[in-house]
Write a protein that binds this ligand. Sequence first.
Ligand SMILES: Nc1ncnc2c1ncn2[C@@H]1O[C@H](COP(=O)(O)OP(=O)(O)OP(=O)(O)O)[C@@H](O)[C@H]1O
Length: 593
Amino acid sequence: MSNTRNSASWSVLNTLLRGHRKPLGMAILLAAVAAVLELVPFLILCYSVALLPRLPDAHGFLQLAGWLALALAGKYIVYSLAYFLSHETAYRVLMDTRQKLVRALARAPLPWLQQHSSGVLNKLVMQDVERIEQFIAHHLVEMMAAFAASILVISVLWWVDWRLALAAIAAPLLAIVIQAIAMRNVGQYMTEYQQAIGELNGASVEYLRSMPVMKTFNQGAHSFARMRKGLARYHELVRHITRGTVPGWSLFVVMLNANIVVLPIGLWLMQQQQIDLAGMLIAIVLGNGMVRPLMKLMRFQTQIREILDGVKRMQPVLSMREGRAKTRQTLTSSAVQLSGISVSYGNRRVLSEVSFAIPAGRVTALVGPSGAGKSTIASLLGGLVEPDQGRILVGDCPLADIDNVQRTATIAVVAQDAFLFRGTLLSNLKLGRPDAGEDQIRQALRVAQAEAFVDALPKGWHTHVGERGLTLSGGERQRLAVARALLANTPVLVLDESTAFADSRTEKYFYEALHRTYPALTVLTIAHRLYSVKDATNIVVLDHGSVVASGDHASLMQTCTLYRQMWQAQAPQQSGSVNQTRPAVLPGEKEHA
Ligand SMILES: Nc1ncnc2c1ncn2[C@@H]1O[C@H](COP(=O)(O)OP(=O)(O)OP(=O)(O)O)[C@@H](O)[C@H]1O
């Protein structure tokens, strides 16, 4: 079973290395050459001893020194070249793999992303990929050199006497068998260990994000259950792994260094006059020289297992396929029609047979209690969620047949949690329309009621936001997100609680400015405050994932009990705002005034 999993990981790794094999092969070849050169000083030493007791003359010494210098210089040059190639390839593999992962994550369905914590995904894209990079950059060259050195040592010993070669192999083989037996259960713990690190990463991100709440309630890391559990699991696994590896590894090192076979066999062969002193020296020096490469090879065994585990975690992400290829569609109208839409998150159905129309150039409102499924409809229109059944038409064209580029150019969704990237306000605003001109930007900001606060910033829309930049309030972020969506100039706009930042009066003026400035826009607005959508052409009432009524305000007041109850529950707030008079100049409307 684990072999099947490993072979699947090997094949993914193989795919990741496609296109990089030539330089990688060259690096490996150079590493083997460097290993040969590394043996030269040992052989020169043995040769010098064989010349004893007759010492070479000055010319002979110089010649030996020259060979030594040449071997060292050669080893230096060849190793440098091998490392250069391996590093360059490693960084290319790192970049390619990260790009593949990030592209695949962009295709991932929203529910899948929500099931995987940001810590786990971060570990995947950063640490797991980095491990492959480090392996290619450093370990692959060393591993190949170690492997070549071991083969060379055995060949030289075989040339001296085949029994010496077998003796040199016997001790390491015994050590490897003992180590494999002692560490046979570690693999299972290593997989769990990697999972625990991912979980701990996720918990740390969540802990840092929730810091303000933790401080408010005077809670520390210990009271953050996920973090506490993650740390406990991590420590438990580290203890298990240490207990499982230390005895086996120590025995392995002792066995390798014991030289228990080569020395007695070498002495016996000398006694039998089958080898001379130089042969004996070669056996001892090279026999011991095998220890270092073999230890490296054993160390790499663990690293390869970690890499394969990482690749296994990448496998489901990398195998996420783009949906079927879609051609550009001709949209006859910006009217949207939902027909028999059902959506589930896991086994839980949150929308059942939802059908309603969003007429072109009108404002349609979607209202309902919390958890009714309103944001899920916004996610459907934004292409973040796929329906289990039913279909959405834009004009005459099914939304499922429209490719991502055309969909984002047709429907803009302003989500509840407005996200701004690090950078200037301007770069954030121009996200959906990089070529937007100053007039268009101003117009979008004005309608979104954001112009006044942006102008009040020291650098206006050139101000930086995000880390080490300006921190904006939730309402300001929402307004910018609305302006960004307006600037994208899509024929359909979906606003998910996007005017919650505003008081009732400003909200009313926002809708007026929206209608005045973008009269052809088809709008679906999700709102909690019923007063703000009272004038919408059509109000759709959603409850427990089903449409329970639709119509204008007056008819819903007559026919829909839920709507009437919601309206009455909000009546005290609404009467306050209704009676307010319009100020002479509205925020963000100074140019219109
Ligand atoms: N990614 C998700 N995975 C699982 N369940 C989800 C997910 N997103 C939403 N839900 C559940 O689906 C139901 C509908 O959620 P949705 O956010 O669409 O409701 P809503 O009407 O927009 O609520 P609110 O008015 O509070 O924003 C809720 O019960 C919610 O818990």
